[in-house]
Design a protein around this ligand. Structure first.
Ligand code: TYD
Length: 221
């Protein structure tokens, strides 16, 4: 179905650390901005001043013993503030929102990765966001070992030499990858799975195709 002009869309970019999602989010934002499509770029955990502070706690290696449910409560606290302060106001003002990670990351990392029960995630999601879902989610998929070799985004490497999530084994990231794929299988109308193991150019073409029905003009070019 074609989107009617003027409807602002909430689009999330998901995948493992090193999957290329952040690179492709930046590129998509650049071509949309060049075409004068109003977009807001943001990310989780983070996106607000409070969210950035929570992100610092979340990634801090001093808190190595943090329980999965504590992680869950932290990311949803940041997410509620992010929705109230940034995401919903931007959409209401007619700007498309491109968000690096959202609740699917919580299902993958805290659910599949840490073993927090789905019922618990659902309850906290209802409380924090009312079950808010993106209009479209692009999942950048590749094997965990390959993502691991690519490493983190430059921004994250700059900010912390080693963070809490770095300490996890490849088996943890394989569970997380499967968690993302299970989420995608459960909502095929919302998700597009992009093979992220190939070249950046090939994946970028897939990103354009995956957004073509949702965003005006250039997405389909
Ligand atoms: P991110 O900023 O995407 O890392 P990078 O800069 O390397 O792309 O994400 C930071 C970490 O937070 C990442 O390891 C995944 C984790 N995370 C969760 O565990 N649960 C969540 O709900 C979110 C949003 C992120």
């Amino acid at each position: 179905m074609l989107a009617s002009a003027g409807v602002a869309r909430f689009i999330t970019f998901e995948g493992l650390d090193g999957s290329g999602k952040s690179t492709h989010l930046e590129r998509a934002a650049a071509w949309l901005e060049a075409a004068r499509v109003p977009v807001l770029v943001t990310r989780e955990p983070g996106g607000t001043e409070l969210g950035a502070a929570i992100r610092g706690v979340f990634l801090d290696p001093r808190f190595a013993g943090m329980d999965g449910t504590v992680e869950l409560l932290l990311v949803f606290a940041a997410r509620r503030q992010h929705l109230l302060e940034v995401i919903e106001p931007a959409l209401a003002a007619g700007r498309h929102v491109l968000c690096d990670r959202f609740t699917d990351s919580t299902w993958a990392y805290q659910g599949a990765g840490r073993g927090v029960a789905g019922q618990v995630i659902e309850r906290v999601d209802q409380l924090a966001t009312g079950g808010r879902q993106p209009d479209r989610t692009l999942l950048f998929d590749l094997p965990a070992a390959a993502a691991r070799r690519r490493g983190h985004s430059p921004a994250r490497r700059r900010n912390a030499a080693v963070d809490r999530l770095d300490a996890e084994a490849v088996t943890f990231y394989e569970r997380v990858r499967q968690g993302f794929l299970d989420r995608a299988a459960g909502a095929p109308e919302r998700f597009r799975i992009l093979d992220s193991a190939g070249s950046i150019a090939a994946t970028e073409a897939a990103v354009r195709a995956a957004l073509a029905d949702l965003l005006p003009g250039p997405a389909g070019a």
